[in-house]
Write a protein that binds this ligand. Structure first.
Ligand code: ADP
Ligand code: MG
Ligand code: ZN
Length: 602
């Protein structure tokens, strides 16, 4: 907002100077010579004046030319003075004269300033519109929160690579949009709202457009963040507009980008922060979503990279109840994305996109599009006929540096640490008897916080856990940190979340489950009460300080025993750990079966 304002001020200043220059160069006539009235009279009397124009306040005159003079006649200009004899004298000297109103300044001003100004403002507005992030074919309304309608987005699934799971899930929606009758007759239920969740730049917007493109239906789009800057009352009516129009054009897709900006949990807003407008808009959106049925063939899609802050009302059944994860692409996905974006680029012989994909761990689709573009620019700057490998290398290096600074991708060293960390979890999980099987390990940052992940799937639904199962769970949690320590002789902050979870489990074992030998089968955990009751001072600790000390000691003991146990496991299978980590660095993802083969090999 502020940027735009500054931009427009500078633009106006620049436009002003530009027009000033234009005026000087094009409009400036040879300006008439200013002379005193007395001199004018002298010229008149000596017969040197050819023609005059008498204005109310000024007199313009043209001097007589000599026969062979090629130059334009000299013009003179004088202030008119009350002189009743003037006309008489003009007639006497046979000067051609005309009178006129002094409106010329107005015409000049209009020609030289108003019209060009109008043209410039027009161009400017046009440019502004083109610059807005998702300029559409047509925009409704003058407000910032524009609804964009694209009759045909022209984007297909071929333009979106590396998110096959999401595409698979969206196929049903496309089918429905193509032939709603089929579903209507069968009475099938189609989700009303689909929420695309994933980090920025992974292609959520692109995917939504592709759904519309594949189904060949109109695409109505609206960005949640635009509402934040809006005038009171506009947001809600805009939403109403959007739904009314969409219903007329059904089947179609309504897409709300950056849903989090609009749908932030209502309580999360600062008190008295004046977010009424957002709330009204959100309420209107909820009302509209409830008020119409999918049978008409309108599907609402939304995108967010912060699902955790969304108002729960938005996620209720009948609203955005279908969530589709659009995660960072793995190495294969990145290769496919590079493939898509290098289609229109002239590549040198022997460029292997696989290698480029391997070098871009953690990059999202938008980053990869950027790499290709940057590489092409570099090649052009070097006057090459095609884009070569070293152009790509340099483009990647530049982007990595930038992204590392923004903490968006990991450096080589960090990747290595994460690889050993996750391998440690997996190794321990497969080495203790009671842990859930490892489904997959990965060093691709997942979601927004975690660096890598180890996915364990419980083999069955659990209601009870035995002591040894809990102890094994603890062991797995510590596996990451122990592996780091064993390999690098140093620990990183990456294990903080693991330690927190582990400590909670150990504490619960002692205080809630009565699993400590020293304290015996006693539970010390109080029933949790609402906070205000505790303020009354009735419910102080129900155990002595001494007991508290013992509890702490017991928790510590469980933790340190487990730590020793895990260290032994890791030390014994150190070779397997190295193999796993190396493979993980190479492939980024290892599936459970392959992992078990490695760990159980001799
Ligand atoms: P998001 O909405 O998730 O932030 P966008 O859809 O706006 O991401 O993606 C920005 C650009 O990055 C797209 O226009 C496209 O050029 C490129 N891009 C992102 N993801 C992909 C992908 N999976 N396949 C191909 N291109 C992609
Ligand atoms: Mg987007
Ligand atoms: Zn971990």
């Amino acid at each position: 907002m502020k940027d735009k304002l500054q931009f427009s001020i500078w633009f106006l200043v620049a436009a002003f100077f530009l027009m000033w220059a234009i005026n000087i160069f094009f409009f400036a006539q040879p300006s008439p010579k200013q002379i005193p009235y007395s001199e004018f009279k002298d010229l008149l009397r000596s017969g040197k004046i050819e023609e005059v124009v008498l204005g109310d306040k000024v007199i313009r005159g043209t001097l007589k030319k000599e026969e062979d003079d090629k130059k334009p006649a000299t013009e003179i200009n004088t202030v008119r003075i009350d002189d009743p004899k003037l006309v008489e004298e003009l007639e006497k000297n046979r000067v051609k004269f005309t009178g006129r109103f002094d409106e010329s300044w107005f015409k000049d001003f209009f020609l030289a300033w108003v019209i060009p100004m109008g043209i410039i403002i027009f161009i400017w507005m046009f440019a502004l519109r083109r610059m807005s992030p998702e300029s559409g074919i047509m925009a409704i309304g003058k407000s910032k929160a524009k609804i964009y309608i694209d009759k045909d987005t022209g984007v297909t699934f071929n333009d979106v690579a590396g998110c096959d799971e999401a595409k698979e899930e969206l196929k049903e929606v496309i089918d429905f949009l193509k032939t709603p009758q089929k579903y209507l007759e069968l009475g099938g239920k189609i989700p009303k709202g689909i929420l695309l969740v994933g980090p920025p730049g992974t292609g959520k917007t692109l995917l939504a457009k592709a759904v519309a493109g594949e189904a060949k239906v109109p695409f109505f789009a609206l960005s949640g963040s635009a509402f934040v800057e809006m005038f009171v009352g506009v947001g809600a009516s805009r939403v109403r507009d959007l739904f009314a129009q969409a219903q007329e054009k059904a089947p179609c897709i309504i897409f709300i980008d950056e849903l989090d900006a609009l749908g932030k949990a209502r309580i999360a807003a600062p008190i008295g922060g004046g977010h009424e407008e957002r709330e009204n808009t959100l309420n209107q959106l909820l009302a509209e979503m409830d008020g119409f049925d999918t049978q008409k063939g309108v599907i609402i899609m939304a995108a967010t990279n912060r699902p955790e802050i969304l108002d729960l009302a938005l996620l209720r059944p009948g609203r955005f109840d279908r969530h589709i994860l659009v995660d960072r692409p793995d190495i294969k996905g990145r290769e496919e994305i590079l493939n898509v974006h290098t289609k229109g680029v002239k590549l040198a012989e022997g460029i292997d996109l696989k290698i480029l994909a391997a070098r871009t761990t953690g990059f999202v689709g938008a980053d990869l599009a950027n790499v290709v573009n940057e590489a092409a620019l570099l090649a052009a700057r070097r006057n090459k006929k095609s884009v070569e490998m070293n152009d790509f290398e340099e483009a990647i290096n530049r982007l990595v540096a930038g992204l590392e600074k923004k903490k968006k991708v990991m450096s080589k060293k960090e990747q290595e640490i994460v690889a050993f960390h996750e391998s440690g979890h997996a190794l321990v999980a497969e080495s203790v008897p009671h842990a859930d099987k490892v489904h997959r390990i990965s060093i691709i940052p997942r979601g927004i916080a975690a660096l890598g992940y180890t996915l364990q799937l419980p083999t069955e639904d659990r209601y009870l856990m035995t002591r040894s199962e809990l102890m094994d769970k603890l062991a797995v949690l510590l596996g990451g940190r122990v592996a780091e320590e064993t390999v690098f002789k140093e620990v990183s902050t990456g294990a903080q979340n693991d330690l927190e979870k582990a400590t909670n489990i150990a504490r619960s074992m002692v205080k809630e489950f009565g699993m400590s030998e020293r304290l015996g089968p006693i539970t010390f955990e109080r029933e949790r009460r609402p906070l205000f009751l505790e303020l009354g001072g009735f419910s102080k600790s129900e155990f002595s300080e001494e007991t508290a000390k013992v509890i702490d000691e017991e928790v510590k003991k469980i933790m340190s025993d487990t730590y020793t146990r895990v260290k032994e496991i890791v030390a014994k299978k150190r070779d397997k750990l190295d193999i796993l980590a190396k493979l993980l660095l190479e492939k980024e993802v290892i599936e459970g079966d392959e992992l078990r083969k490695i760990i159980n090999s001799q």
